[in-house]
Design a protein around this ligand. Sequence first.
Ligand code: ATP
Ligand code: MG
Length: 211
Amino acid sequence: LKKFGDKCNNVKIGIMGGTFDPIHYAHLATAEFIRDNYKLDKILFIPSGNPPHKKGNITNKNDRYNMVLLSTINNDDFIVSDIEIKREKSTYTIDTLKDLKQKYKNIEIYFITGSDAICDIETWKDVEGNFKLANFIAATRPGISLLKANEKIKDLKDKYDANIESVYVPSLDISSTYIREQLNKHKTIRYLVPELVQEYIYNKKLYSSGE
Ligand code: ATP
Ligand code: MG
């Protein structure tokens, strides 16, 4: 973002937030598809530091961050932010949005989520604040009822005057959970994650993987 200088006037930034444990091709394809369709200037990937909502063990945040870096290295429109990785306490989207808005006064934010995440959004800290600071784009996700998601979106618009659009994204039925399960069973994850991520996982023996 620094490249835009202090002005950052009317720059449209897509944010792809997630635990990315690990990042996979559905994250990348969704971000790219939305960048193109909404003519966004950049997509900022923000791996969450200490997500309060994720249960169970999550992978060390530096490893998750490194895998996001490796995945985005060959796309000039993708940038990775360590804003949440650097935070010591629980990380909340609202704090990140406030920080970004303060630092880059005139950016317009498009927060990208899958339709599962939009359905859960009322559990996020300061729902209303989130909607004030960003537009939301809910990408279709296999396994999540579009009808249900659209009902929820209508509900959120009425309740919070939220700016949310539901967008069809070519489906990829991949989740980080599925990848972790495959690794746990010593099964293949090839073509589900970028090659560099696969190598990183094997080298660092993440997710009790073994080739
Ligand atoms: P986990 O299974 O651990 O929850 P995940 O695959 O859902 O992992 P997250 O890091 O939880 O990945 O998700 C980050 C964002 O990416 C969320 O907004 C989520 O809805 C979205 N997302 C993840 N997978 C897909 C997919 N296959 N299609 C569309 N959106 C997705
Ligand atoms: Mg998830």
